[in-house]
Design a protein around this ligand. Structure first.
Ligand code: C2E
Ligand code: CA
Ligand code: CA
Length: 555
């Protein structure tokens, strides 16, 4: 192995880094933050009404840049030497005058050893015990004030996102080093207006004694997010992560430490659910949303295991000759307690809670069994969720499932979205290729809503594009939307792609689309999604009408 390749490490997301690059990457990120900060403060928008906000945002970026740069040029500044101050900010032990009397030395030793028991040894930050003490001291101080002088302050929790791949790649020592660097960055960033403590693992507590409203918390939270985004140095290799944040205000969000901790955890949970690097400030709405989601999740898990979610089928019709082409399977769940729950709600929840794979398999098995009983010329179109496009075993699982159901692969179409394709384009392309090789067709769903790229459409071996309902709804009323539909149709004709228009509700829309050359349509005009039995009835009725039409034409 060459010297260069030895000093490089491959990240799971494909990121590579060179030992000599790391310092400069951190420096560049710090510089970019500083320059963006300067631009926001002194840039051309200086005269705008948002000027104060811009200065604050700019100042925050400047400061984040400074903190990262400062951490970079002072790597030897161990947090442990900050710890005495951090752990005992009020007494400032390090600044005490030397004492001659033995008694005083013993007292200082005693205090120091108790300080150590309040210190997290690896980061040098105060530990959870210290956080609880600080919370108590602050609340006692506030309670001792006359009612009119009592004030609010903020408590927060930070949980690092993306530690698992770092631990996998660099081992636990490498992971610990990243946590130490995070501790130092957070500590440096917060210096002067707050305190940071290590809870456990990759989690920190924060106390902001002067942050008494949501704007202030957002501003400081943003600063803390910014200082975590620059790469971290592990033996010359670089690693990146982000932090999820949950904040709550005392006493609004709870007047005891237990309540405040429960609420920052609720806010953190909400942030994590939204994805990486999010910040949530606790409110009763957040609490309700989190509680409702917990109830929904329990009900969903039960519905999946009881096989209570069934596919319904919505017809797809040729706009050119009026024939029935196939059906899209759409998941339907009616919970005994919650009633009808939209798939737009439970599918993302199933993805997020990691239970989409068994749900998809059960739905596809049912749908494919149903479709196997339809006339051979009708296809089944099935939605694939985004999380499944990052799992290399997806194609195999899908093919096995339809084989078990007795549906030949050429009668299956898989609908994917552009955003889903972007999570891991390499694996997504590989899944699509495997399905293609097995003769399964692929359509791009909700086209026009994501970052549609012509180049991507060409690269991916797609067969079909489904134009999102939003554009179809606007036909006849909104000229620009109509132009977009016509442009998509022209572009797809050039790329030899079939086009399905979604959400057709009016006959006029269908006629315009036919005139523009759109191949197929789907929507309430042709039929709502219906269960397997009714769908079979729909097929028979459709065929009966079509054959009587033919007979009438012959006669
Ligand atoms: P989608 O794939 O874009 O599905 C089309 C949605 O539009 C369906 O909503 C359908 O009922 C609705 N729709 C169809 N025609 C019309 C119309 O003329 N007017 C109006 N207003 N709406 C129309 P639905 O069934 O609520 O599904 C919502 C989304 O949930 C779907 O959007 C799809 O993204 C997801 N979904 C549904 N079933 C599944 C599934 O089995 N697996 C996965 N991964 N996602 C699913
Ligand atoms: Ca779809
Ligand atoms: Ca769609």
């Amino acid at each position: 192995m060459s010297e260069v390749s030895q000093s490089k490490k491959q990240f799971p997301n494909g990121q590579r880094s060179d030992s000599r690059d790391t310092g400069s990457i951190i420096f560049v990120v710090a510089l970019v933050l500083v320059l963006t900060g300067l631009f926001l403060i002194f840039g051309e928008n200086f005269t705008s009404r948002e000027v104060l906000k811009q200065i604050l945002a700019g100042g925050s970026l400047l400061y984040a840049g400074y903190v990262i740069y400062h951490g970079m040029i002072n790597p030897q500044r161990k947090t442990s030497d900050l710890s005495v101050r951090d752990s005992d900010d009020d007494t400032a032990l390090s600044n005490q005058e030397p004492e001659t009397s033995k008694l005083k030395n013993e007292v200082v030793d005693g205090v120091k050893s108790s300080v150590l028991s309040f210190t997290d040894t690896s980061t040098g930050l105060g530990n959870k015990q210290r956080f609880l003490e600080k919370f108590k001291t602050l609340t006692n101080q506030i309670k001792s004030l006359p009612a009119e002088n009592q004030y609010s302050f903020t408590v927060g929790i930070v949980n690092l996102d993306g530690m698992k791949p770092i631990n996998d790649l660099f081992g636990h020592d490498g992971g610990d080093r990243v946590i130490e660097q995070c501790a130092m960055r957070l500590r440096n960033a917060i210096d002067g207006f707050g305190f940071v403590f290590r809870n456990v693992g990759d989690e920190f507590f924060v106390i902001l004694p002067n942050a008494s409203d949501h704007d202030e918390v957002q501003r400081i939270g943003k600063l803390l997010q910014d200082v975590l985004i620059a790469p971290f140095d592990i033996d010359g290799s670089s690693a990146r992560l982000s932090g999820s944040f949950g904040f709550a205000l005392y006493p609004e969000a709870g007047d005891t430490c237990d309540k405040v901790i429960a609420n920052i955890e609720t806010a953190l949970y909400h942030s994590k659910r939204k994805g990486r690097g999010r910040l949530t400030i606790y409110s009763s709405e957040i609490e309700t949303a989190v509680r409702e989601n917990a109830i929904l999740e329990q009900a969903l898990r039960k519905a999946i295991s009881d096989n209570n979610i069934a596919p319904h089928y919505q017809p797809i019709i040729s706009l050119q000759d009026g024939t029935l082409l196939g059906f899209e399977a759409l998941a339907r769940w009616i919970d005994p307690a919650l009633g009808f729950v939209s798939p737009a709600k439970f599918i993302p929840l199933a993805e997020e809670r990691g239970i989409i794979a068994p749900l998809t398999e059960a739905l596809l098995l049912q749908a494919a069994k149903t479709a196997a009983d339809w006339p051979d010329d009708l296809f089944l179109s099935f939605n694939l969720s985004s999380t499944q496009l990052v799992d290399p075993s997806t194609a195999k699982t899908l093919l096995n499932t339809i084989e078990r159901a007795g549906l030949p692969p050429h009668r299956l179409e898989i609908e994917v979205t552009e955003t889903a394709m972007m999570s891991d384009p390499e694996i997504a392309s590989q899944i699509i290729e495997e399905l293609h090789n097995a003769k399964v067709r692929i359509s791009m769903d909700d086209f026009g809503t994501g970052q549609s790229s012509l180049g991507r459409l060409r690269e991916l071996k797609l067969d079909k594009v489904k134009i999102d309902r939003a554009f179809i709804m606007a036909i006849g009323e909104d000229k620009p939307a109509e132009h977009i539909v016509r442009a998509i149709l022209e572009m797809c004709a050039g790329l030899d792609l079939t086009v399905v228009a979604e959400g057709i509700e009016e006959i006029d829309q269908a006629e315009s689309l036919k005139k523009f050359g759109c191949h197929a349509g789907q929507g309430y005009l042709f039929g709502k999604p219906q269960d397997a039995n009714r769908t079979m009835g729909y097929i028979r009725e459709f065929r009966r009408i079509a054959s009587s039409d033919r007979a009438a034409k012959v006669a």
